[in-house]
Design a protein around this ligand. Structure first.
Ligand SMILES: Nc1ncnc2c1ncn2[C@@H]1O[C@H](COP(=O)(O)OP(=O)(O)OP(=O)(O)O)[C@@H](O)[C@H]1O
Ligand SMILES: O=C(O)C1=C[C@@H](O)[C@@H](O)[C@H](O)C1
Ligand SMILES: [Mg+2]
Length: 199
C-alpha cells in the first residue's frame, strides 16, 4: 500500500495532520542515515511549514562543520551546543525540525520536544543505514576502522530511547516522498483509538 501511495499528500490528510499538531512542531529523530534531513525537508514542503535541521543550524552559527566542531571542542561541547540549538528551534514556532542523530538521547532535549513537538522516529535497519552513510563522509562518530560495528552499537544503545518518540515510521528504500506521506498519515491518525479516558 505504502509503496504505491501518491507522492503528493491529499490535502484533507494534510489538514488532518495539521489539526492534530495543533500548532506543535514535528521533530524527526533517528540514527545517522535514517533520512531525517532528506525526509524532513520534504515533509516541511508538504505541511507548508518552515524547515530546520539542527546540524545545519549549528554549522551556520559556529561557522564550522560538525567534524570540525568535534575536533576542536569535543563531543560533550557539541552536545551542549546541540541542546541549546534545539531548545531555541523548538521555541521559535511551528516547524519541521530534523535533529542530529544523538540529540534525542539527552533527557533535556526529549523534555523540550515533548512540550513543543510531536516526535517521529525514522527507524531503519543496519544495511540501509550503512549504505546511506557510505555515500558521504562528515560523520565524526563513524570515522573508525569499523563503522558498521559502531553503528550496530549505536543501534543497541539508542533504539530503546528513540522508541520513546510519539510515532515510528520505517525508513526504507522508497522515495523520500513516500516516507513523508506516511508521516503525514500517522500524524493525521494520531489520537484515533489511542484515548483511554473517553475524551
Ligand atoms: N528515502 C530515501 N531514498 C533514497 N535516498 C535517501 C532517502 N532518504 C535519505 N536518503 C539518502 O540517504 C543519505 C542520508 O540521508 P540524510 O542525510 O537525510 O540522513 P540523516 O538522518 O539526516 O543523517 P544524519 O543524522 O547524519 O544527519 C543521503 O544521501 C540521502 O540523500
Ligand atoms: O548520531 C550522532 O551522534 C550524530 C549524528 C549527526 O546528525 C551529527 O549530529 C553528528 O555527526 C553526530
Ligand atoms: Mg541530517
Amino acid at each position: 500500500m505504502s509503496a504505491t501511495a501518491p507522492t503528493n499528500a491529499p490535502q484533507d490528510t494534510v489538514a488532518a495532520a495539521l489539526a492534530q499538531l495543533a500548532g506543535r512542531s514535528v521533530a524527526l529523530v533517528g540514527l545517522m542515515g535514517a533520512g531525517k534531513t532528506t525526509v524532513g525537508r520534504r515533509l516541511a514542503q508538504v505541511l507548508a511549514l518552515p524547515f530546520h535541521d539542527s546540524d545545519h543550524e549549528i554549522e551556520a552559527a559556529s561557522r564550522m562543520s560538525v567534524p570540525e566542531l568535534f575536533a576542536a571542542y569535543g563531543e560533550p561541547e557539541f552536545r551542549a551546543l546541540e541542546a541549546r540549538v534545539i531548545s531555541r528551534l523548538a521555541e521559535e514556532g511551528q516547524a519541521v525540525i530534523s535533529t542530529g542523530g544523538g540529540a534525542y538521547m539527552r533527557e533535556e532535549t526529549r523534555e523540550r520536544l515533548r512540550e513543543r513537538a510531536v516526535s517521529v522516529w525514522l527507524k531503519a535497519d543496519l544495511d540501509l543505514l550503512m549504505e546511506r552513510v557510505s555515500r558521504r563522509t562528515g560523520r565524526p562518530l563513524l570515522k573508525t576502522h569499523d563503522p558498521r560495528a559502531v553503528m550496530r552499537d549505536l543501534m543497541d544503545k539508542r533504539y530503546p530511547i528513540y522508541g520513546l518518540a510519539d510515532l515510528t515510521v520505517q525508513s526504507r528504500n522508497v522515495k523520500r516522498e513516500v516516507i513523508a506521506q506516511e508521516i503525514v498519515e500517522q500524524l493525521a491518525a494520531m489520537g484515533q483509538g489511542s484515548r483511554t479516558d473517553g475524551a
